[in-house]
Design a protein around this ligand. Structure first.
Ligand code: SAM
Length: 306
């Protein structure tokens, strides 16, 4: 049950896609003063050491943040993402990589609320410890205590089961990130079911789902199932870095972000950025992206492939 540790995958191409899109979703929410909730149902450890034993085992960051680290000429949304990681590595050496909770902590404002769930006993402890350290660091800089101030709540528990109690959030503004391991194929169904329930309680929230593209049927059918959910709008972006090989051979080739109720700015931004990202991270002629969007019941659907 507890075999998955995100540290083995930190900073890979899938994290690049997930994290730069998450930053853009948060930046959009930042445009209005009203506070919002960021809910991370599957948080991981929050911060990863790229020179630690886990991350360096397969050095998956070489497929993601690695090739971007020394570039100077990047589209603005990629630069914002790389700059955030550079800021946590002031020596200039790429040592630390942020998880989604750390990214949200950096991009969200003091008035916003972070609700973080992690089930793995070791990773939930690391997550809580990392936020305690961040809190101490911020206190030294004169910020009020984020953890004690209830801005950030870290819970060891099941993010699927915990989501509904937080919806709708008091301010009626929220980004929910759902990023399970999918090693258990039940994660596909649980994600779809939890989204159906969440949309019933809070139809206007923005929900972002990361998923791997694998040969197993649940993975191949996943995006089509999410398109059937009763959200006003959806967007699906997939990054492929190399020619697909059978599952388990050659590592993950593709992953997607499926967003329910995306901001209207997201699709034009991705049309600009994704061709650049395919060139920067692509490993062979199979590298490509797909971008599609639609409205409820798939009326008015747009598909773009490169
Ligand atoms: N969102 C993180 C990031 O971007 O940095 C990475 C999360 S990782 C892909 C998935 C995490 O979900 C793992 O740390 C795993 O222990 C945790 N997990 C698995 N099942 C869970 C559940 N039902 N509720 C909460 N966390 C769970």
């Amino acid at each position: 049950m507890f075999s998955y540790r995100h540290a083995f995958h930190a900073g890979n191409h899938a994290d690049v896609l997930k994290h730069f899109v998450t930053i853009q979703l948060l930046q959009y929410l930042n445009q209005k003063d009203v506070a919002y909730s960021y809910i991370d149902t599957h948080s991981g450890a929050g911060v990863y050491e790229l020179d630690g034993a886990f991350a360096s085992k397969n050095a998956e960051y070489d497929t993601g943040i690695g090739p971007l680290w020394n570039l100077t000429d990047m589209p603005a949304p990629i630069k914002e993402y790389v700059d955030l990681i550079r800021a946590m590595n002031p020596s200039g050496k790429m040592r630390y990589y942020p998880g989604s909770p750390y990214i949200a902590d950096q991009v969200a404002r003091e008035q916003d609320r972070l609700r973080l769930f992690e089930l793995h006993p070791a990773d939930s402890k690391l997550l809580a410890d990392n936020f305690r350290k961040l809190d101490e660091h911020k206190a030294q800089q004169g910020f009020r205590s984020t953890v004690r101030g209830k801005r950030v709540l870290v819970t060891r528990g099941d993010g699927f089961a915990s989501l509904k109690a937080l919806l709708p959030p008091p301010s009626r503004r929220a980004l929910v990130l759902i990023d399970p391991p999918y090693e258990d194929k039940q994660d596909y169904k649980k994600t779809k079911d939890v989204l159906a329930e969440a949309l019933g309680r809070f139809p206007t929230g923005t929900y972002a789902v990361w998923y791997p593209l694998l040969q197993r049927m649940e993975s191949r059918q996943f995006a089509d199932k999410l398109k059937q959910l009763p959200a006003a709008n959806w967007l699906n972006v997939v990054l492929t870095i190399k020619k697909p090989l059978p599952d388990g051979i050659g590592g993950l080739h593709s992953s997607g972000m499926f967003i329910l109720n995306p901001p209207y700015t997201l699709e034009p931004m991705l049309k600009e950025v994704m061709p650049w990202l395919v060139k920067a991270l692509g490993q062979d002629a199979g590298a490509r992206f797909t971008l599609e969007s639609g409205t409820q019941a798939t009326a008015g659907r747009n598909t773009g492939e490169r």
